[in-house]
Design a protein around this ligand. Structure first.
Ligand code: RNT
Ligand code: ZN
Length: 393
Protein backbone atom coordinates (compact mmCIF):
# COMPACT_ATOMS: atom_id res chain seq x y z
CA UNK A 1 0.00 0.00 0.00
CA UNK A 2 2.72 2.41 1.01
CA UNK A 3 4.80 1.24 -1.94
CA UNK A 4 1.82 1.86 -4.21
CA UNK A 5 1.29 5.41 -2.93
CA UNK A 6 4.93 6.21 -3.66
CA UNK A 7 4.72 4.58 -7.08
CA UNK A 8 1.57 6.53 -7.87
CA UNK A 9 3.44 9.78 -7.20
CA UNK A 10 6.39 8.76 -9.31
CA UNK A 11 4.13 7.89 -12.22
CA UNK A 12 2.14 11.10 -11.78
CA UNK A 13 5.38 12.99 -12.17
CA UNK A 14 5.73 11.60 -15.71
CA UNK A 15 2.08 12.22 -16.48
CA UNK A 16 0.75 8.71 -15.86
CA UNK A 17 -2.41 8.09 -13.84
CA UNK A 18 -1.96 4.67 -12.23
CA UNK A 19 -5.62 4.46 -11.24
CA UNK A 20 -6.72 4.89 -14.84
CA UNK A 21 -4.15 2.30 -15.91
CA UNK A 22 -5.48 -0.22 -13.38
CA UNK A 23 -9.04 0.40 -14.45
CA UNK A 24 -8.23 -0.32 -18.08
CA UNK A 25 -5.98 -3.24 -17.22
CA UNK A 26 -8.69 -5.12 -15.40
CA UNK A 27 -11.07 -5.10 -18.35
CA UNK A 28 -8.71 -6.39 -21.06
CA UNK A 29 -9.82 -9.94 -21.84
CA UNK A 30 -7.17 -12.62 -22.16
CA UNK A 31 -8.31 -15.92 -23.59
CA UNK A 32 -6.91 -18.88 -21.69
CA UNK A 33 -6.28 -21.95 -23.82
CA UNK A 34 -7.80 -25.10 -22.31
CA UNK A 35 -5.20 -27.38 -23.93
CA UNK A 36 -2.44 -26.56 -21.44
CA UNK A 37 -4.41 -28.70 -18.99
CA UNK A 38 -4.01 -32.06 -20.74
CA UNK A 39 -1.15 -31.69 -23.25
CA UNK A 40 -3.55 -31.16 -26.20
CA UNK A 41 -4.97 -34.69 -25.93
CA UNK A 42 -8.68 -33.93 -25.74
CA UNK A 43 -11.45 -36.28 -24.75
CA UNK A 44 -12.06 -38.40 -27.81
CA UNK A 45 -9.75 -41.03 -26.38
CA UNK A 46 -6.89 -40.17 -28.74
CA UNK A 47 -3.50 -41.64 -27.89
CA UNK A 48 -1.41 -39.49 -30.15
CA UNK A 49 -0.91 -35.79 -30.79
CA UNK A 50 -0.25 -35.22 -34.49
CA UNK A 51 -0.13 -32.22 -36.81
CA UNK A 52 3.49 -31.36 -36.17
CA UNK A 53 2.95 -30.00 -32.67
CA UNK A 54 4.32 -31.56 -29.53
CA UNK A 55 3.79 -31.33 -25.81
CA UNK A 56 6.67 -32.81 -23.87
CA UNK A 57 7.13 -33.69 -20.20
CA UNK A 58 5.33 -36.10 -17.92
CA UNK A 59 4.48 -34.07 -14.87
CA UNK A 60 1.55 -35.80 -13.12
CA UNK A 61 -1.91 -34.28 -13.14
CA UNK A 62 -2.99 -33.94 -16.77
CA UNK A 63 -6.79 -33.63 -16.95
CA UNK A 64 -8.38 -36.97 -17.79
CA UNK A 65 -11.86 -35.67 -18.51
CA UNK A 66 -13.78 -32.44 -18.94
CA UNK A 67 -14.82 -32.20 -15.28
CA UNK A 68 -11.21 -32.43 -14.21
CA UNK A 69 -10.16 -29.89 -16.80
CA UNK A 70 -12.82 -27.44 -15.67
CA UNK A 71 -11.77 -27.91 -12.04
CA UNK A 72 -8.18 -27.18 -13.02
CA UNK A 73 -9.21 -24.07 -14.94
CA UNK A 74 -11.17 -22.90 -11.89
CA UNK A 75 -8.06 -23.38 -9.79
CA UNK A 76 -5.95 -21.43 -12.25
CA UNK A 77 -8.45 -18.58 -12.57
CA UNK A 78 -8.37 -18.17 -8.79
CA UNK A 79 -4.72 -17.15 -9.22
CA UNK A 80 -5.23 -14.86 -12.20
CA UNK A 81 -6.48 -11.27 -11.89
CA UNK A 82 -8.48 -9.57 -14.65
CA UNK A 83 -10.98 -10.46 -17.33
CA UNK A 84 -10.50 -13.96 -18.72
CA UNK A 85 -12.09 -15.96 -21.51
CA UNK A 86 -11.63 -19.69 -22.03
CA UNK A 87 -10.55 -21.11 -25.36
CA UNK A 88 -11.71 -24.61 -26.31
CA UNK A 89 -10.80 -27.02 -29.08
CA UNK A 90 -13.39 -29.27 -30.69
CA UNK A 91 -11.85 -32.36 -29.05
CA UNK A 92 -12.75 -31.06 -25.58
CA UNK A 93 -16.51 -31.57 -25.67
CA UNK A 94 -18.44 -34.66 -24.59
CA UNK A 95 -17.30 -36.21 -27.84
CA UNK A 96 -16.31 -39.77 -27.06
CA UNK A 97 -17.64 -41.82 -29.97
CA UNK A 98 -18.82 -38.70 -31.83
CA UNK A 99 -17.18 -38.21 -35.22
CA UNK A 100 -15.79 -34.76 -35.83
CA UNK A 101 -18.16 -34.12 -38.69
CA UNK A 102 -21.05 -34.78 -36.32
CA UNK A 103 -20.28 -32.42 -33.42
CA UNK A 104 -23.14 -30.27 -32.17
CA UNK A 105 -23.50 -27.46 -29.64
CA UNK A 106 -25.08 -29.99 -27.24
CA UNK A 107 -21.72 -31.76 -26.96
CA UNK A 108 -20.43 -28.57 -25.38
CA UNK A 109 -23.44 -27.86 -23.16
CA UNK A 110 -21.50 -28.69 -19.99
CA UNK A 111 -18.90 -26.08 -20.95
CA UNK A 112 -21.57 -23.50 -21.74
CA UNK A 113 -23.30 -24.08 -18.39
CA UNK A 114 -20.01 -23.91 -16.55
CA UNK A 115 -19.04 -20.69 -18.35
CA UNK A 116 -22.44 -19.12 -17.73
CA UNK A 117 -22.20 -19.74 -13.99
CA UNK A 118 -18.83 -17.99 -13.97
CA UNK A 119 -19.78 -15.18 -16.38
CA UNK A 120 -16.98 -16.33 -18.69
CA UNK A 121 -16.97 -16.11 -22.47
CA UNK A 122 -15.84 -19.06 -24.59
CA UNK A 123 -13.71 -19.14 -27.72
CA UNK A 124 -13.36 -22.13 -30.02
CA UNK A 125 -11.18 -24.00 -32.52
CA UNK A 126 -12.02 -26.79 -34.93
CA UNK A 127 -9.50 -29.63 -34.46
CA UNK A 128 -7.89 -30.75 -37.72
CA UNK A 129 -5.12 -32.90 -36.26
CA UNK A 130 -4.78 -36.12 -34.21
CA UNK A 131 -7.24 -37.92 -36.50
CA UNK A 132 -7.15 -40.67 -39.11
CA UNK A 133 -8.38 -38.23 -41.76
CA UNK A 134 -5.35 -36.01 -41.16
CA UNK A 135 -2.84 -38.88 -41.35
CA UNK A 136 -1.69 -37.90 -44.88
CA UNK A 137 -0.64 -34.50 -43.57
CA UNK A 138 -3.36 -32.77 -45.59
CA UNK A 139 -6.91 -31.92 -44.52
CA UNK A 140 -8.71 -28.99 -46.17
CA UNK A 141 -6.20 -29.12 -49.03
CA UNK A 142 -6.35 -32.89 -49.50
CA UNK A 143 -6.66 -34.04 -53.14
CA UNK A 144 -9.47 -36.43 -52.14
CA UNK A 145 -12.76 -34.55 -52.08
CA UNK A 146 -14.21 -36.92 -49.47
CA UNK A 147 -11.43 -36.00 -47.04
CA UNK A 148 -11.86 -32.29 -47.73
CA UNK A 149 -15.60 -32.56 -47.28
CA UNK A 150 -15.19 -34.31 -43.95
CA UNK A 151 -13.07 -31.46 -42.64
CA UNK A 152 -15.25 -28.77 -44.21
CA UNK A 153 -18.21 -30.23 -42.35
CA UNK A 154 -16.18 -30.31 -39.13
CA UNK A 155 -15.27 -26.66 -39.52
CA UNK A 156 -18.82 -25.62 -40.31
CA UNK A 157 -20.07 -27.43 -37.24
CA UNK A 158 -17.32 -25.86 -35.17
CA UNK A 159 -18.49 -22.44 -36.26
CA UNK A 160 -22.00 -23.43 -35.18
CA UNK A 161 -20.66 -24.43 -31.76
CA UNK A 162 -18.93 -21.05 -31.50
CA UNK A 163 -22.18 -19.32 -32.48
CA UNK A 164 -23.94 -21.20 -29.68
CA UNK A 165 -21.35 -19.79 -27.26
CA UNK A 166 -22.00 -16.28 -28.54
CA UNK A 167 -25.73 -16.73 -28.08
CA UNK A 168 -25.50 -18.28 -24.63
CA UNK A 169 -22.76 -16.13 -23.15
CA UNK A 170 -23.38 -12.78 -24.78
CA UNK A 171 -19.88 -12.19 -26.11
CA UNK A 172 -18.83 -12.97 -29.70
CA UNK A 173 -16.90 -16.23 -29.68
CA UNK A 174 -13.57 -16.16 -31.48
CA UNK A 175 -13.41 -19.23 -33.71
CA UNK A 176 -9.88 -19.84 -34.96
CA UNK A 177 -8.93 -22.16 -37.77
CA UNK A 178 -5.47 -23.70 -38.04
CA UNK A 179 -4.46 -26.61 -40.25
CA UNK A 180 -1.05 -28.26 -40.39
CA UNK A 181 -1.40 -29.08 -44.10
CA UNK A 182 1.98 -29.41 -45.75
CA UNK A 183 4.82 -31.63 -46.93
CA UNK A 184 7.88 -33.00 -45.20
CA UNK A 185 10.02 -32.75 -48.28
CA UNK A 186 10.32 -30.47 -51.27
CA UNK A 187 6.94 -30.10 -52.93
CA UNK A 188 6.54 -30.16 -56.68
CA UNK A 189 3.30 -28.24 -56.74
CA UNK A 190 2.85 -25.53 -54.13
CA UNK A 191 -0.09 -23.91 -55.91
CA UNK A 192 -2.76 -26.60 -56.16
CA UNK A 193 -2.91 -27.42 -52.42
CA UNK A 194 -3.28 -23.72 -51.70
CA UNK A 195 -6.06 -23.38 -54.25
CA UNK A 196 -7.86 -26.30 -52.63
CA UNK A 197 -7.35 -24.81 -49.17
CA UNK A 198 -8.78 -21.47 -50.33
CA UNK A 199 -11.79 -23.20 -51.90
CA UNK A 200 -12.46 -25.19 -48.74
CA UNK A 201 -12.27 -22.01 -46.68
CA UNK A 202 -14.72 -20.27 -49.02
CA UNK A 203 -17.23 -23.02 -48.34
CA UNK A 204 -16.59 -23.01 -44.59
CA UNK A 205 -17.03 -19.26 -44.23
CA UNK A 206 -19.94 -18.89 -46.65
CA UNK A 207 -22.51 -18.70 -43.86
CA UNK A 208 -22.51 -15.47 -41.86
CA UNK A 209 -22.57 -16.12 -38.13
CA UNK A 210 -22.29 -13.94 -35.04
CA UNK A 211 -18.74 -15.05 -34.27
CA UNK A 212 -15.22 -13.75 -34.90
CA UNK A 213 -13.68 -15.94 -37.60
CA UNK A 214 -9.89 -16.10 -37.42
CA UNK A 215 -7.34 -17.91 -39.58
CA UNK A 216 -3.88 -18.89 -38.32
CA UNK A 217 -0.78 -19.17 -40.49
CA UNK A 218 2.35 -21.18 -39.81
CA UNK A 219 5.83 -21.51 -41.23
CA UNK A 220 6.43 -25.18 -40.58
CA UNK A 221 5.86 -28.03 -38.13
CA UNK A 222 7.52 -31.31 -37.25
CA UNK A 223 7.14 -33.54 -40.28
CA UNK A 224 6.05 -30.64 -42.48
CA UNK A 225 9.35 -28.83 -42.69
CA UNK A 226 9.41 -28.02 -46.39
CA UNK A 227 5.99 -26.67 -47.25
CA UNK A 228 2.95 -25.35 -45.40
CA UNK A 229 -0.12 -24.55 -47.47
CA UNK A 230 -1.46 -22.04 -44.95
CA UNK A 231 1.56 -19.75 -44.86
CA UNK A 232 1.58 -16.16 -43.61
CA UNK A 233 1.13 -14.67 -47.08
CA UNK A 234 -1.69 -17.11 -47.78
CA UNK A 235 -3.75 -16.21 -44.73
CA UNK A 236 -2.93 -12.52 -44.71
CA UNK A 237 -4.23 -12.36 -48.25
CA UNK A 238 -7.22 -14.50 -47.43
CA UNK A 239 -8.13 -12.51 -44.31
CA UNK A 240 -7.87 -9.16 -46.07
CA UNK A 241 -9.84 -10.32 -49.08
CA UNK A 242 -12.60 -11.88 -47.01
CA UNK A 243 -12.79 -9.57 -44.01
CA UNK A 244 -11.63 -12.23 -41.53
CA UNK A 245 -9.52 -11.90 -38.41
CA UNK A 246 -5.85 -12.76 -38.86
CA UNK A 247 -4.23 -14.85 -36.17
CA UNK A 248 -0.54 -14.26 -35.51
CA UNK A 249 1.10 -16.99 -33.42
CA UNK A 250 4.40 -15.97 -31.86
CA UNK A 251 5.95 -19.32 -32.74
CA UNK A 252 4.91 -19.46 -36.38
CA UNK A 253 7.59 -17.38 -38.07
CA UNK A 254 11.29 -17.52 -38.82
CA UNK A 255 13.30 -17.52 -35.57
CA UNK A 256 14.37 -13.89 -35.84
CA UNK A 257 10.91 -12.64 -36.77
CA UNK A 258 8.67 -11.36 -33.98
CA UNK A 259 4.93 -10.75 -34.09
CA UNK A 260 5.27 -7.48 -32.16
CA UNK A 261 6.89 -6.07 -35.31
CA UNK A 262 3.88 -7.05 -37.43
CA UNK A 263 0.93 -5.77 -35.42
CA UNK A 264 0.78 -2.12 -36.51
CA UNK A 265 1.39 -2.92 -40.18
CA UNK A 266 -1.25 -5.62 -40.32
CA UNK A 267 -3.68 -3.46 -38.31
CA UNK A 268 -3.89 -1.08 -41.27
CA UNK A 269 -5.29 -3.76 -43.55
CA UNK A 270 -7.22 -6.31 -41.49
CA UNK A 271 -10.26 -5.51 -39.39
CA UNK A 272 -9.00 -7.38 -36.40
CA UNK A 273 -6.23 -9.58 -35.15
CA UNK A 274 -6.05 -12.61 -32.91
CA UNK A 275 -2.78 -13.18 -31.12
CA UNK A 276 -1.59 -16.61 -30.10
CA UNK A 277 0.91 -15.53 -27.52
CA UNK A 278 3.45 -18.29 -27.17
CA UNK A 279 7.21 -18.70 -26.66
CA UNK A 280 9.22 -20.51 -29.28
CA UNK A 281 12.57 -21.83 -28.06
CA UNK A 282 14.63 -22.63 -31.17
CA UNK A 283 11.42 -23.80 -32.87
CA UNK A 284 7.65 -23.54 -32.30
CA UNK A 285 8.10 -25.26 -28.95
CA UNK A 286 5.18 -23.56 -27.17
CA UNK A 287 6.98 -22.90 -23.88
CA UNK A 288 5.17 -21.04 -21.10
CA UNK A 289 5.31 -17.33 -21.88
CA UNK A 290 7.80 -15.27 -19.89
CA UNK A 291 7.72 -11.61 -19.01
CA UNK A 292 10.40 -11.00 -21.61
CA UNK A 293 11.16 -8.31 -24.16
CA UNK A 294 8.89 -9.74 -26.82
CA UNK A 295 5.92 -10.07 -24.50
CA UNK A 296 6.23 -6.46 -23.38
CA UNK A 297 6.74 -5.37 -26.98
CA UNK A 298 3.51 -7.14 -28.00
CA UNK A 299 1.60 -5.42 -25.18
CA UNK A 300 3.13 -2.05 -26.04
CA UNK A 301 2.10 -2.28 -29.67
CA UNK A 302 -1.50 -2.95 -28.64
CA UNK A 303 -1.64 -0.19 -26.04
CA UNK A 304 0.37 2.47 -27.88
CA UNK A 305 -1.74 2.21 -31.00
CA UNK A 306 -5.04 1.90 -29.13
CA UNK A 307 -5.79 -1.45 -30.70
CA UNK A 308 -7.53 -3.02 -27.71
CA UNK A 309 -10.87 -3.25 -29.50
CA UNK A 310 -9.32 -4.83 -32.60
CA UNK A 311 -6.82 -7.25 -31.09
CA UNK A 312 -8.01 -10.42 -29.39
CA UNK A 313 -5.37 -11.71 -27.02
CA UNK A 314 -5.16 -15.47 -26.63
CA UNK A 315 -2.46 -17.67 -25.19
CA UNK A 316 -1.16 -20.78 -26.93
CA UNK A 317 1.44 -22.91 -25.20
CA UNK A 318 1.59 -26.34 -23.64
CA UNK A 319 4.23 -27.53 -21.23
CA UNK A 320 3.76 -30.96 -19.67
CA UNK A 321 6.94 -30.80 -17.64
CA UNK A 322 5.67 -28.55 -14.85
CA UNK A 323 2.45 -28.25 -12.88
CA UNK A 324 -0.15 -27.45 -15.50
CA UNK A 325 -2.31 -25.15 -13.38
CA UNK A 326 0.74 -23.12 -12.40
CA UNK A 327 1.79 -23.00 -16.05
CA UNK A 328 -1.49 -21.25 -16.84
CA UNK A 329 -1.16 -18.89 -13.87
CA UNK A 330 2.40 -17.88 -14.80
CA UNK A 331 1.54 -17.19 -18.43
CA UNK A 332 -1.78 -15.42 -17.83
CA UNK A 333 -0.25 -13.26 -15.12
CA UNK A 334 2.72 -12.45 -17.33
CA UNK A 335 0.48 -11.36 -20.19
CA UNK A 336 -1.36 -9.01 -17.87
CA UNK A 337 1.86 -7.73 -16.31
CA UNK A 338 3.08 -6.87 -19.80
CA UNK A 339 -0.15 -4.97 -20.47
CA UNK A 340 0.28 -3.08 -17.20
CA UNK A 341 3.84 -2.12 -18.10
CA UNK A 342 2.55 -0.84 -21.42
CA UNK A 343 -0.30 1.10 -19.80
CA UNK A 344 2.19 2.78 -17.47
CA UNK A 345 4.45 3.97 -20.27
CA UNK A 346 4.57 7.74 -20.95
CA UNK A 347 3.95 7.13 -24.63
CA UNK A 348 2.96 10.72 -25.46
CA UNK A 349 6.32 11.94 -24.21
CA UNK A 350 8.11 9.39 -26.36
CA UNK A 351 6.09 10.34 -29.40
CA UNK A 352 6.62 14.05 -28.86
CA UNK A 353 10.37 13.54 -28.66
CA UNK A 354 10.24 11.47 -31.82
CA UNK A 355 8.15 14.02 -33.70
CA UNK A 356 10.72 16.65 -32.76
CA UNK A 357 13.51 14.36 -34.01
CA UNK A 358 14.94 14.44 -30.48
CA UNK A 359 16.07 10.85 -30.44
CA UNK A 360 18.32 11.43 -27.45
CA UNK A 361 15.31 12.38 -25.38
CA UNK A 362 13.29 9.47 -26.77
CA UNK A 363 15.93 6.94 -25.77
CA UNK A 364 16.47 8.50 -22.37
CA UNK A 365 12.77 8.40 -21.47
CA UNK A 366 12.40 4.91 -22.86
CA UNK A 367 15.26 3.53 -20.82
CA UNK A 368 14.71 5.41 -17.58
CA UNK A 369 10.99 4.62 -17.50
CA UNK A 370 11.70 0.90 -17.71
CA UNK A 371 12.65 0.95 -14.05
CA UNK A 372 9.77 2.99 -12.70
CA UNK A 373 8.11 0.97 -9.91
CA UNK A 374 5.49 -0.91 -11.93
CA UNK A 375 5.80 -3.87 -9.57
CA UNK A 376 4.25 -1.83 -6.76
CA UNK A 377 1.30 -1.10 -9.02
CA UNK A 378 1.03 -4.79 -9.90
CA UNK A 379 1.04 -5.82 -6.24
CA UNK A 380 -1.66 -3.29 -5.50
CA UNK A 381 -3.71 -4.62 -8.42
CA UNK A 382 -3.44 -8.22 -7.21
CA UNK A 383 -4.36 -7.24 -3.70
CA UNK A 384 -7.44 -5.27 -4.83
CA UNK A 385 -8.47 -8.19 -7.05
CA UNK A 386 -8.03 -10.57 -4.12
CA UNK A 387 -5.47 -12.59 -6.03
CA UNK A 388 -2.14 -13.74 -4.67
CA UNK A 389 0.81 -11.40 -5.12
CA UNK A 390 4.29 -12.48 -6.06
CA UNK A 391 5.29 -15.88 -4.66
CA UNK A 392 2.10 -16.35 -2.66
CA UNK A 393 0.65 -18.88 -5.11
C1 RNT B 1 -0.17 -25.00 -33.80
C2 RNT B 1 -1.01 -23.80 -33.63
C3 RNT B 1 -2.36 -24.01 -33.02
C4 RNT B 1 -2.35 -24.99 -31.88
C5 RNT B 1 -3.64 -25.07 -31.11
C6 RNT B 1 -3.71 -26.28 -30.26
O1 RNT B 1 1.11 -24.72 -34.13
O2 RNT B 1 -0.31 -22.84 -32.88
O3 RNT B 1 -2.90 -22.80 -32.65
O4 RNT B 1 -1.32 -24.71 -30.98
O5 RNT B 1 -4.68 -24.96 -31.97
ZN1 ZN C 1 -1.39 -21.10 -32.32
Amino acid sequence: MKAYELAKEQYAAVGIDTEAALETLDTIPISMHCWQGDDVRGFEGAQELTGGIQSTGNHPGAAADADELRAMIDEALALIPGAARVNLHAIYGDVKGVERDRIEPEHFAAWTDWAKRRALALDFNPTLFSHKNSADGLTLSHPDKAVRDFWIEHCKRSRAVAASFTAALGSPSVCNLWVADGFKDMPADTLTPRKRLAESLDTIFSEKLDIVDAVESKLFGIGVESFTAGSHEFYMGYAIKNGLTLCLDAGHFHPTEVISAKISAVSLFVNSLLLHVSRPVRWDSDHVILLDDELTAIAREIIRHRLLDRVHIGLDYFDGSIDRVTAWAIGMRNMRKALLIALLEPYEKLRDAETAFDFTRRLTIMEECKTLPWTAVWDEYCSRANKPARLAY
